[in-house]
Design a protein around this ligand. Structure first.
Ligand code: NAD
Ligand code: MG
Ligand code: MG
Ligand code: MG
Ligand code: MG
Length: 344
């Protein structure tokens, strides 16, 4: 931690559970985040009702986990806190179904700021609007809780009519296990814009493009696809694990001096000032709302280019080679990890 690190981190002792203990939480959706929030809160002693459409395939899972299930509207009617954990693209429609069930003083809560920040959901003025966003896929939020561990998270307050919105969000974060690890406060704008930029420029978009370009460069130069796959994709995890544990320095310390010298002299030539300019452009599209408009229009048109891009990605040579190699080597099973837990 550097001296100019001023963000306050909230832990268990900073959360006051009386702000949630007498309340009912409606968890709308039972996917990655929903199943984790609902079960963790319930085991923390909070009254939970899951909201799912009639006929939703998630209903049997929630029942099997011993939870009450109602329609989203019925669940919201019973609740003091409505936690919106359906996919971001479905939230505006689901909100229409629950809007009338939000009473004055209730809380509408999110795990990502997109729909509030880009005005796809306009909440009533007499409810609190908050965010509790674990910085992790839901399956880890659940697994960590079961292992008496925590998952770092964010809280944010967009609307605070009760004057207790932040305390309630912290109490919720406590209930799902986030304050065990640490929680920091942000805003809907900051969370939304940094999340979109991160996944586009670095985590999902940047990394996959780097991998594909590296793979194609090696294969086009005559090296075997299997070697190329191992070198630029499989080893990525090992390198990222080292950074996760010890930052960039932890990684540089662990690789050979040759790798360190080569990386330090060549890395900035690959991801150079043009990449930086492109990143700034991508950030501007996030900030000025043009990415959001494009994505919303894409969904309204039934995802024509998304479908095409997905198809092309699935058919990239590295995917075919990778599937065969992962079958042959089976390292994923050895570590006991499922596909679900690997999602970003
Ligand atoms: P998901 O896709 O895993 O969950 C889908 C759930 O919503 C399913 O139970 C499905 O039955 C239900 N659902 C879908 N459409 C519905 C509809 N029209 N009406 C009612 N229920 C419907 O979603 P997720 O990934 O858990 O995302 C939920 C929220 O959490 C999003 O705001 C997302 O940005 C945020 N978030 C996700 C992660 C993550 O790693 N998955 C991390 C942090 C925040
Ligand atoms: Mg209510
Ligand atoms: Mg409230
Ligand atoms: Mg995201
Ligand atoms: Mg090597």
């Amino acid at each position: 931690m550097t001296d100019d690190f001023t963000t306050e981190v909230y832990y268990d002792e900073d959360a006051n559970r009386s702000f949630i203990d007498d309340k009912t939480v409606a968890v709308i959706g039972y996917g990655s985040q929903g199943h984790a929030h609902a079960q963790n809160l319930s085991e923390s002693g909070v009254d939970v009702v899951v909201g799912l459409r009639e006929g939703s395939s998630s209903r049997s899972a929630a029942h099997a986990d011993g939870l009450d299930v109602e329609t989203p509207a019925e669940a919201a009617a019973r609740a003091d806190i409505v936690s919106m954990l359906v996919p971001d693209t479905s939230q505006p429609a689901v909100f229409e179904a629950i809007r009338d069930e939000l009473d004055a003083g209730d809380t509408l809560q999110f795990a990502h700021g997109f729909n509030i920040h880009y005005n796809q959901i306009q909440p009533p003025e007499d409810v609190d609007v908050t965010m509790v966003a674990p910085k992790s896929p839901g399956h880890l939020v659940r697994r960590n809780y079961e292992n008496d561990q925590g998952t770092p998270g964010l809280i944010a307050v967009y609307q605070n009519v009760s004057d207790e919105a932040k305390e309630e969000a912290l109490a919720y974060a406590h209930g799902i296990g986030c304050t065990r690890a640490g929680v920091i406060e942000t805003t809907f704008r900051e969370e939304t814009e940094t999340d979109l930029f991160g996944e586009q420029a670095v985590l999902c978009g940047g990394v996959t493009s780097l991998i594909k370009q590296g793979y194609e460069t090696l294969v086009d130069a005559g090296y075997s696809p299997e070697m190329a796959y191992f070198e630029v994709l499989n080893e990525m995890k090992l390198i990222v694990d080292l950074m996760y544990e010890g930052g960039l320095g932890g990684m540089w310390d662990s690789v050979s001096d040759t790798a360190e010298y080569g990386g330090l002299t060549r890395g900035d030539r690959i991801v150079d000032e043009h990449a930086r300019e492109n990143m700034e452009e991508v950030l501007e599209e996030v900030q000025d709302g043009s990415f959001a408009r494009q994505w919303i229009a894409e969904n309204q048109a039934n995802r024509p280019s998304y479908t095409q891009l997905r198809h092309a990605e699935e058919n990239h040579d590295i995917e075919r080679v990778g599937a065969r190699l992962r079958d042959l080597f089976a390292w994923a099973e050895e570590e006991g990890e499922s596909e679900d837990e690997e999602q970003a």
